[in-house]
Ligand binder design. Structure first.
Ligand SMILES: Nc1nc2c(c(=O)[nH]1)N[C@H]1C(S)=C(S)[C@@H](COP(=O)(O)O)O[C@H]1N2
Ligand SMILES: [Mo]
Length: 369
């Protein structure tokens, strides 16, 4: 194999010192093989065909990454989590070993970007939206272990009058369009914080990996991914409402059918995907179509259509934080469009300018040969 330096030398170009090359290092630490990921700038979505032979939990090596900036290199030894603010009687500072010594629990939960499926607003509905043009791979399911946020808030003496918790990430400040929006942070109502939120330090039985929030992140089941702040550094608890650009400017449904200041995005909508590439080539004959469907409250029934007119029930293969299913298909040569619907997934998604919560049935093209 010829080195990058060798290629540059062969091309007669000047060679940057290795430190300068490191500055251009990607925003994501783990390898992103093209067979498993589609890279969008600082982000990477999972290819659905790469989940075909994978169990219910997505291994770290295939789990999507959404980074506003870059994965930071944080030291476990010097990391601290601060809990403070008008909403707590006893402010706390915890080290990672303090956190690990507290009562923990393990939860299987899907994390999904609010913009997952965004590209279908344009490709299926002819609408222009802003943001990362994800297909359906900005989602993953993992088993997370950590301390319930409620345990930490009670340790800190959370007051009855507390209303919001503001988790702040330790990644770089986010600069967009020349404006510095500060650290990635987004208020969470105390009611949700005390319900089922985890301060997680393990993913699928191992230490949280750098790209997914090492040493600790929030896991907010059923809510859009932005709620699950990675590289958690502090939690401000307040007796008055808190805000950040991530709840005033982003993650609001804006557009002609919404109020002027938009409506806040919190919970996810049902979605479904085939474990097949877009435009995949499938051999003719008896096939088994496989895929997954997920929704905050779980999925009751899944139906598949291979002709756009008739629908058949898919058979559940496993039920956890998402449902894996399969359905047989007698594939005849030619171009086909596959569709899958979980429960009441609509045929069209309500338009919003930033393309959040695409929940419509996706038209999945395949070619049978
Ligand atoms: N600190 C911090 N937390 C963050 C983000 C980020 O860029 N910085 N991205 C958020 C978004 S938009 C999503 S969808 C999820 C993605 O989690 P993952 O990268 O572990 O898949 O993390 C959320 N938490
Ligand atoms: Mo996201």
């Amino acid at each position: 194999m010829i080195s990058r330096r060798g290629v540059l030398l062969a091309a007669g170009l000047s060679v940057l010192p290795s430190r300068a090359v490191a500055v251009a290092a990607p925003s994501i630490v783990k390898p992103l093989p093209a067979t498993d990921f589609i890279v969008h700038g600082t982000n990477a979505e999972t290819r659905w065909e790469a989940l075909r032979d994978v169990g219910s939990l997505v291994p770290v090596s295939k789990f999507f990454v959404r980074n506003h900036t870059s994965t930071p290199a944080l030291s476990a030894a010097s990391w601290r989590l601060r809990i403070f603010g008008s909403g707590v009687a006893r402010p706390l500072t915890l080290s990672l070993s303090d956190l690990r010594a507290l009562p923990s629990c393990s939860v299987e939960a899907v994390i999904e970007c609010a913009g997952n499926g965004r590209s279908f607003f344009s490709s299926q509905q002819g609408q222009t939206v802003s943001g990362t043009p994800w297909k359906l791979g900005a989602v993953g399911n993992a088993r997370w272990r950590g301390v319930p946020l409620g345990v930490l808030l009670r340790l800190a003496g959370v007051r009855r009058s507390a209303v919001d918790v503001l988790p702040v990430g330790l990644d770089d400040e986010f600069v967009t369009g020349g404006v510095n929006l500060g650290r990635v942070r987004r208020p969470l109502p105390v009611s949700k914080a005390l319900d089922d939120v985890l301060v997680a330090y393990e993913m699928n039985g191992s230490e949280l990996p750098p790209d997914h929030g090492f040493p600790a992140r929030l896991v907010v089941p059923g809510w859009v991914g932005i709620a699950s702040i990675k590289w958690l550094g502090s939690l401000e608890v307040s007796t008055s409402a808190m805000h950040s650009p991530w709840d005033t400017q982003y993650y609001r449904l804006l557009g002609p059918t919404y109020p002027a200041d938009g409506s806040l995005v919190t919970t996810q909508v049902a979605k479904s995907a085939f474990e097949l590439g877009f435009g995949a080539t499938v051999p003719a004959g008896r096939q088994v179509l496989t895929g997954r469907s997920w929704a905050p409250g779980g999925v009751r029934r899944v139906s598949v259509s291979t002709d756009g007119r008739t629908w058949r029930r898919a058979t559940p293969v496993s039920r956890g934080a998402w449902t894996r299913w399969q359905v047989p298909w007698q594939a005849t040569p030619g171009a086909h469009v596959l569709r899958v619907r979980a429960d009441d997934q609509p045929d069209e998604s309500p338009y919003n300018t930033q393309g959040y919560l695409f929940g419509a049935v996706v038209k999945h093209p395949v070619t049978v040969v």
